[in-house]
Each structure stands twice: as C-alpha cells, then as structure tokens.
Design a protein around this ligand. Structure first.
Ligand code: PLP
Length: 229
C-alpha cells in the first residue's frame, strides 16, 4: 500500500471506531506522527490533506518546521522536552502535548513573545499511566497541582487537556478509562480543557471508545520509521 491508501485505510478505521462508539467523528483530530522521517513526507501528507503533524524531538521539529515554513500545518510536540529547549519548542510548536512538570510550564511561559498578548500556546498535561516513574508524564497524584499551576501562573499557556501513552503491559481500554477520569479532574480546574490526546497505531480504536479527541498515529500511516542514531 502507498501513503495515500494507508491514510485512507486509517481514516476509514477511525470512522468505524467513532461510529461503534456513537461518537461524532468531527470531534476527533488525526495527528500524523512523522518523527524520524524526512521532511518530504510532511509535504506528501499535506498534499493528501493532512493538517496536523506530530514530532517528538525539538531539533527535528525545528528543522522540519523551518524547511517547511508557511505550510498550512499545525505542529504538535509530543516528546519529552528539556527545560533549556523550551524557547525553541514554543517557537516551533502550535501545541505541546507533553507538559509534565511546573518547571517546564514556567519555561514555556517565560519563552512567550514579548509584548504579545495574542501569543498563546496550547498545552496538554501528559499523564504517566504506568507504575514506572521513569516513563514520561506526571504521576496521577500530581495532575491537579500541575493544572492549577498552569492556570494560575502561566497566562500565556492555554491548558487544553490530557495526553497519555498506554502502558505495554495492560489492556489499553483499562488505561484509557483511567485517562478519562484524569481528563475530568483537569476540567474541574479549567472547565474547557476537553482535549484527550490518546491512541497510536496499535490502540486508536480503544482510545476513541474512551473519548480521545486527538489521535497520534505514526507507523500505520507513514510505514516503518527509518532507523535513527
Ligand atoms: C511515536 C509516537 C506515536 C506514534 O506511534 P505509532 O505507534 O507509530 O503510531 C504516538 N505518540 C507518541 C508520544 C510517540 O512518541
């Protein structure tokens, strides 16, 4: 299958999953994760009507955005961000899905455009759904405090919701059910923070059933990722 067919196939499966879950497909965004692929892939995807792409490393995000600046694409940053990269992440991402600590929120806020009240960055709190504290994301017990910090202290960040990756050793449906509870908790802090970024190649149907609004799908659309160093 070529890129066009793979994209069409995934979109058909998204529609099926939405229909099985009784959900309106128009409330589900499909982000194509292009990490490790050359920028030409973004160009091909845009030619096929893709509007949202995801990258997980700041250098790659920045390089691709620069090469492809002016394109009608929203860039989603989905990787772990170092605080010292916050300025570049803020400059080159339209949404940051991987906010996991107050220091990163502060750094992203500090990197806002000077004298530009219209410079608002969409952020999602990444939640760690595993028992391993080394995995990305804030522990569930820290979600509320982080949401309150963003809402109270970082006016140039707009908290949009939650993001998570399902653990490898658990049924995705069970993990995404917990994520839906975490999303509800965030809405007690910021009532319109209703994005749920969940669902990858292997589990997007389960994510849709659990209320995901933003799917991050890579290899099922792009093909296998090139080996990287
Ligand atoms: C790579 C990546 C994806 C996409 O993974 P696929 O299994 O290729 O669909 C989604 N989310 C995050 C955070 C990723 O790093």
């Amino acid at each position: 299958m070529d890129l066009r067919s793979r994209l069409a196939d995934i979109d058909a499966r998204i529609l099926d999953a939405a229909s099985s879950a009784g959900r309106d497909p128009s409330e589900i965004s499909r982000i194509v994760v292009t990490k490790f692929h050359p920028v030409e892939l973004v160009e091909d995807l845009v030619g096929l009507g893709v509007t949202d792409v995801g990258e997980n490393r700041q250098q790659e995000l920045s390089a691709k955005r620069e090469t492809y600046s002016g394109a009608p694409v929203r860039w989603h940053f989905i990787g772990q961000a170092q605080t010292n990269k916050a300025k570049a992440v803020r400059r080159d991402a339209d949404a940051v899905h991987s906010l996991d600590r107050a220091r990163l929120a502060d750094a992203l806020h500090a990197a806002r455009g000077e004298d530009d009240d219209a410079d608002i960055l969409d952020v999602l709190i990444q939640v760690n759904l595993t028992d391993d504290p080394g995995r990305g994301g804030v522990e569930p017990a820290g979600i509320e405090e982080l949401a309150e910090h963003v809402a109270a202290s970082c006016p140039s960040l707009r908290l949009r919701g939650v993001m998570a990756v399902a653990p490898l050793d658990e049924e995705p449906a069970a993990a995404f059910a917990r994520l839906a509870d975490h999303a509800a908790l965030i809405r007690t802090v910021v009532s319109d923070a209703d994005w749920i970024s969940a669902g990858m190649t292997g589990d997007f149907a389960e994510a849709i059933a659990a209320g995901a609004t933003h799917l991050r799908i890579g290899s099922a659309i792009t093909g296998p990722r090139p080996v990287h160093g």
